[in-house]
Design a protein. Structure first.
Length: 260
């Protein structure tokens, strides 16, 4: 009887240990893009955006509390032990800022693919740019969303509308709406192009691009315009000024996302 009890207890112990390990594995893999390798498991915030928007200056401010004029970045800036803006928390995170030049954006895309614990992405834009000229900015954001929306729960994004101190700056809502319209046009163009390719080729030749293998997750449903509200990740827009050290709203956003 005692021997039987020991056997039962042993079996229960094995089941409990196995269940605990499965829970740990599941917890650590919920933010992994399926099928891609992982090289960064640290809780991470990423700063991205087009060239000249103020990304590197924002990185310097968040890591040193000072504004420093910068030149165009040629390589990523990484703070391995970034402290939260809030003094009530002492948790450390990784903060990464990537160049906005078209030829260097692959480094940003690689980081998005290889990270498993993204807490949020700050997409910095120049709020003085005419909303009618946001095509290139929207194309970069589109490419980012095509990756972040492949995470099980998406990635929360803050559209940080920099240079709000300028007289010619636009309100965050107007910039957000303009980006939605531009992304809608991008999705429509790519859908037509893909449809034409399939119509002409008939069958795959084995040289499908990544976008072919992973269908467009930003499809427009029912013919309506694309909106950020349809995404898994939450997208908000907020004004600020790195030059005037007015980034409190962005720091509050970082604090909020750090506990999610």
């Amino acid at each position: 009887m005692i021997e039987l009890s020991n056997t039962v207890l042993g079996s229960l112990l094995v089941i409990l240990i196995t269940s605990a390990l499965l829970l740990i594995v599941h917890k650590n893999s919920t933010n992994v893009i399926p099928g891609l390798k992982v090289s960064n498991r640290d809780p991470t915030f990423i700063i991205a955006g087009p060239s000249g928007s103020g990304k590197t200056s924002l990185f310097n401010m968040l890591t040193t509390d000072t504004f420093k004029p910068t030149l165009m970045s040629q390589s990523p800036n990484i703070a391995e032990d970034y402290m939260l803006p809030s003094t009530s928390k002492s948790f450390k995170f990784k903060l990464m800022e990537f160049p906005g030049h078209v030829k260097l954006r692959y480094r940003l895309f690689e980081a998005l693919k290889e990270s498993t614990h993204l807490k949020g992405l700050l997409f910095v834009v120049d709020s003085t740019v005419d909303p009618q000229k946001l095509t290139e900015t929207a194309e970069l954001l589109y490419e980012i969303l095509m990756l972040t929306e492949r995470f099980p729960d998406g990635v929360d994004i803050l559209i940080a509308c920099n240079k709000s101190e300028s007289f010619s700056s636009r309100p965050p809502l107007k910039i957000k709406t303009a980006l939605e319209k531009e992304i809608s046009k991008i999705i429509e163009r790519k859908a037509k192009s893909l449809s034409a390719v399939h119509k002409n080729d008939g069958v795959s030749d084995g040289n499908d691009t990544e976008e072919d293998v992973h269908p467009n997750s930003l499809e427009i449903q029912g013919g309506h315009q694309f909106t950020f509200d349809a995404l898994d990740g939450n997208v908000t827009a907020s004004a600020g000024s790195v030059l005037k050290c007015q980034v409190d709203k962005w720091e509050c956003w970082i604090d909020e996302k750090s506990v999610n």
